[in-house]
Design a protein around this ligand. Structure first.
Ligand SMILES: NC(=O)c1ccc[n+]([C@@H]2O[C@H](COP(=O)([O-])OP(=O)(O)OC[C@H]3O[C@@H](n4cnc5c(N)ncnc54)[C@H](O)[C@@H]3O)[C@@H](O)[C@H]2O)c1
Length: 256
């Protein structure tokens, strides 16, 4: 059980795959009720939460669509009456060099990785302010501090996530709401296993090994390496930590 998680309601986006699925399962283990949001059915996370005796629902929602986000938030409020913990996890990382990138490519990445965080946070934050308790964790990336190719839109979106996190934390500090970000390294998930067109015709496995060898801890990051950070940042123990980006990346990126 996590400290202060019992009975809380956690909304996790991108919970049908990879990191989001792992976060939902860990938060259920910590004692929260689970809302697993995704374009796809998040059956595994919901089944795991229910097997532990938690209330859990999966909601199909395109988080870039304001109307669908509004309907999702309504469903959460109808079922649970609130959202205490929000993990803005869903994101996309299509590999493309800048000279090939269209404005549509750019807009799509911004919509999924950044606009959605605005929309979903807006949908739930008034309730957190009223109850004077909330935990928001946003998924950034250590690519913001690295030299990476063919991800200009992605790195820009994650820079936006870090800026959003810092700025919103300032406004929410007096409401008992913390806002933090997590910056993983390259992590083995369904998304990264099916990378398209990596620079130099690398396979995903070669890319994992390349990045792992740049880390202080030279092994490939797994979703299980990240769940502890989400558990901690959403706990009562983390009540005085806000506006931070915690790089859980085997020591690859250090500093502010
Ligand atoms: N895996 C990594 O190496 C890595 C590294 C750094 C940061 N991250 C970040 O972690 C997060 C999760 O990455 P992952 O590797 O688990 O990805 P993934 O591709 O395995 O899973 C992402 C999930 O998000 C969902 N999703 C995508 N667009 C959506 C939309 N419009 N509406 C609702 N759901 C949508 C997908 O259906 C999918 O289930 C992303 O924000 C990513 O940028 C991942």
């Amino acid at each position: 059980m996590g400290k202060g998680h019992q009975g809380k309601v956690a909304v996790i986006t991108g919970a049908a795959s990879g990191l989001g699925e792992a976060f939902a399962m860990r938060l259920a283990e910590d004692g929260t009720q689970i809302v697993a949001v995704d374009l796809k059915p998040a059956d595994k996370a919901v089944a795991h939460a229910k097997s532990l005796g938690r209330e859990a629902i999966a909601i199909r929602c395109d988080i870039t669509d304001p109307q669908q986000v509004g309907a999702m938030a309504q469903q959460v409020n109808d079922k649970f009456g609130r959202c205490d913990i929000l993990v803005n996890n869903a994101g996309v990382y299509p590999v493309k060099f800048f000279h090939e990138m269209t404005f549509e490519d750019w807009r799509r990445v911004m919509a999924v990785n950044l606009d959605s965080i605005f929309l979903i946070t807006k949908a739930f934050i008034a309730g957190m302010q009223d109850r004077r308790w909330g935990r928001i964790v946003n998924l950034a990336s250590n690519t913001f501090g690295l030299t990476v190719e063919a991800l200009v839109h992605y790195v820009a979106s994650k820079g936006g996530v870090i800026g959003f996190t810092r700025a919103l934390a300032t406004e929410m500090g007096s409401y008992g709401i913390t806002v933090n970000a997590i910056g993983p390294s390259l992590t083995r998930t369904p998304g990264t296993m099916s990378f398209n067109k990596l620079p130099g015709e690398m396979t995903s496995q070669q890319f994992y090994e390349l990045i792992a060898n740049m880390q202080a801890i030279k092994r490939i990051e797994e979703p299980s390496d990240l769940v502890g950070a989400v558990s901690f940042l959403t706990s009562d123990d983390a009540a005085f930590i806000t506006g931070q980006t915690l790089y859980v990346d085997g020591g690859l990126v250090r500093g502010a």
